[in-house]
Design a protein around this ligand. Structure first.
Ligand SMILES: [Zn+2]
Length: 64
């Protein structure tokens, strides 16, 4: 069932994804002129999750 694990997204990642999507069309209560700490955090969560998943499943390796 590797495929299920691959496609299942943890709740905190879903939240981060929602947060990034929200900021594409709106602001949140944490937004300030310099940017948004919540958005930064969400992007960080997504980046770490994607990098970790790519590493775990070898998706970052090109077929030889
Ligand atoms: Zn914000």
């Amino acid at each position: 069932m590797a495929e299920q694990r691959l496609t299942r997204v943890p709740f905190y990642v879903e939240q981060a994804s929602y947060c990034v999507g929200l900021h594409e069309r709106a602001t949140c209560p944490h937004c300030v002129a310099e940017g948004c700490p919540t958005l930064e955090e969400a992007r960080e969560v997504l980046a770490v999750y994607r990098a970790d998943r790519a590493r775990r499943y070898g998706l970052d390796k090109r077929p030889t």
